[in-house]
Design a protein around this ligand. Sequence first.
Ligand code: CU
Length: 208
Amino acid sequence: MLTLTTNAPRLVITSLAFATFLTLSASAWAGAGHGPAKGEPQNQGHMMGAQGGDSHGPAGHHGMEIGAPGKAADVTRTIDVAMHDNYYKPEQITVKAGETIRFKITNKGEFLHEFGLGTAVMHKAHQKEMMKMWEHGMIEADRINRDKMMMDHGDGRGMKHDDPNSILLEPGKSGEVIWKFSKPVDLEFACNIPGHYESGMMGPIKFK
Ligand SMILES: [Cu+2]
């Protein structure tokens, strides 16, 4: 990360980050509420923090380098991940380039948790989106308020959490993310519920 020694660059960085947030929000939420007419929804969804990052701000050069939503037929390995308050088991995950993995996620904690795949920059951007969802009452400490997700939030669109590289689970719930990894890149799995990443709910994805 950058080390900032004066206030001026900090202001520039902040406004850049904010601009990126707006861009990401716009693309991440676009289309919410009216999914693809056919095909696999998870291949047509909105990539957490990846879209809009191609030409705007710090998310810049990542894009699809993190891989792509995987097809069930291509899965060669399943990894079980348990989410607790506030940590994951296992604490780190090792994958091979080109591998398609089914992550079976179970929330064993008492709070709402996310399992999201991305770079540190993508997680940072997604944390802002999740904060916005929190502020709108769409998510609370231990639940998802789906009725509020479908509401019009002033711009004619609903908001919901349906990124293919991420899953949001209430206590006791299970789900899966199927992901095809591409070339080695610095990836993390993380929970972007406000405060969770900071308290250590993240781990590295290592390539072997
Ligand atoms: Cu969490």
